[in-house]
Design a protein around this ligand. Structure first.
Ligand SMILES: Nc1nc2c(ncn2[C@@H]2O[C@H](COP(=O)(O)OP(=O)(O)OP(=O)(O)O)[C@@H](O)[C@H]2O)c(=O)[nH]1
Ligand SMILES: [Mg+2]
Length: 447
């Protein structure tokens, strides 16, 4: 049990209907006796009482809820004080608690204690922050699936299967006379089954990432092609300045739209051309950076004109990546579009609703295979979990290659042990301090 007692405001800063102050730790009963002396604490009962400051002056009247250990969020004695939603009142309650010996909680410290006291596994604890940060309904649903737990148990089961294989192999290595080598076919089948499950986990995790973070799309092309016009048309509002002067957009403009309920972050950029003044050149540098980091390149070209050198260079530069090629200004002609002859290119105009539909569909096809992503199973969410599962997949793939080459069985043991060890990070059986710090640093104070 943790030695000290922590307190913090759990509701957002600013005015509201109510504010909640949360207290957790071994000293909760004593603190309650001081600041709500009229209350005879009953577990999970809503007491209505006067809350006193350290000089016995009333701060407010509000609800007092007591949850004794271990049946509370943190697993410790906790107290929740619901007061009127004024920042002054809530702060005074915290100040009174601190004056009586409580300590101000660090970000995520309540949830960290819940994890430490075995109330939730690390994966579930980290999904609390994902739920709070969710920006779309599907992101919230996915986080809730993780909050329910289950991933740790699943990964633990995979680890036991690896241990069983290692034990079989070790017996044969240690006592070659008495213990026969395990059947290669059987070991391989078992490894394949574990690998398939890990790959499924990785796949679900990628869907989860998509649902949580959305997809970034860089709108790039030569000056005057109609990039800003496209951004405005997709948004349905005049967000970016559009003009017939090439080089109108100097800085990147980012806006989000939803396609199939997925957040799509559109970034309009400065048109790329060789001979640009200094200011424009700085914008073009930025365009190149956005292009590198975006998931999808949306290349906008003037399809009514023969292609110039910039348009050709961009077509070549984006040929090997995920992209949508859009020849705009079809109302003025399609010469450039026909000349370029790019498969799957969209030929049309930002002024045509059908063209916009085609562009949205192309983003959906590349971004999530056209199927609305949804995830109601526990799945990988943090970077360290992805790293661990990738490392385990690499080690087990190597082990299978060793088996198939017909090499000695003892060679696979270290790969299996490696996979077993890294998966311990995902099941939470083996959490390094850096990982814990990383997980809880994302939280707000009071959670
Ligand atoms: N006829 C026609 N004109 C268009 C179309 N799309 C855009 N334009 C015009 O093309 C000009 C350039 O449009 P912008 O959207 O500012 O082009 P841009 O690619 O953002 O240009 P920069 O910001 O300078 O790189 C404007 O005058 C638009 O009205 C189209 O489909 N047909
Ligand atoms: Mg522009």
């Amino acid at each position: 049990m943790t030695a000290d007692t922590i307190a913090a405001i759990a509701t957002p800063p600013g005015r509201g209907a109510i504010a909640i102050v949360r207290v957790s730790g071994p000293d909760v009963r004593r603190l309650a006796a001081r600041i709500v002396p009229d209350v005879q604490l009953r577990p999970r009962y809503a007491h209505y009482a006067e809350i006193l400051d350290e000089n016995h002056r009333a701060i407010d009247r509000g609800l007092v809820l007591f949850s004794p250990a271990p049946h509370s969020y943190t697993g410790e004695d906790t107290l929740e004080l619901h007061v009127h939603g004024s920042p002054v009142v809530a702060n005074d309650v915290v100040r009174a608690l601190l004056a009586r010996g409580a300590r101000l909680a660090e970000p995520g410290e309540f949830t960290r204690r819940a994890f430490m006291n075995g109330k939730m596994d690390l994966h579930a604890a980290s999904s609390v922050a994902d739920l709070i940060d969710a920006e779309t309904r599907s992101a919230a649903r996915a986080a809730l699936a993780n909050l329910g737990g289950g991933l740790a148990g699943e990964v633990r089961a995979l680890r036991s299967r690896l241990t069983a294989i290692v034990e079989d192999c070790s017996g044969a290595i240690d006592f070659p006379e008495e213990v026969p080598e395990p059947d290669r076919e059987r070991v391989d089948t078992e490894l394949r089954a574990v690998l398939e499950r890990l790959e499924q986990l990785r796949h679900d995790g990628e869907v989860g990432r998509l649902v949580r973070e959305g997809v970034s799309v860089a709108i790039v092309g030569p000056p005057n092609a109609g990039k800003s016009s496209l951004l405005n048309a997709l948004l349905g509002e005049e967000r970016a300045i559009v003009s017939e002067i090439p080089g109108t957009t100097r800085d990147t403009i980012e806006e989000s739209i939803a396609i199939d309920g997925v957040r799509v972050r559109l970034v309009d950029t400065a048109g790329i051309r060789e001979h640009a003044d200094r200011l424009e050149a700085a914008g073009i540098d930025r365009t190149r950076r956005v292009l590198t980091s975006a998931r999808i390149a949306l290349l906008v070209l003037d399809g009514s004109q023969p292609l110039d050198a910039e348009a050709r260079a961009l077509l070549t530069a984006t040929a090997d990546r995920e992209r949508v090629v859009f020849f705009n200004k079809a109302d003025l002609g399609e010469d450039g579009a026909h000349e370029a002859n790019v498969p799957d290119a969209i030929v049309g105009s930002v002024r045509e609703p059908g063209t916009l539909r085609a562009i949205r569909a192309a983003i959906a096809r590349i971004g999530w295979g056209g199927e609305v992503p949804d995830l109601e199973r526990p799945h990988l969410a943090s970077l360290y979990e992805f790293d661990a599962v990738n490392a385990a997949i690499a080690a087990l793939t190597e082990a299978r290659a060793t088996l198939q080459r017909g090499d000695a069985m003892d060679w696979i043991v270290s790969d299996l042990q490696q996979a077993y060890a890294v998966l311990g990070h995902v099941s939470g059986d083996f959490a390094a301090e850096e990982v814990l710090t990383g997980v809880f640093a994302r939280f707000c104070i009071g959670k």
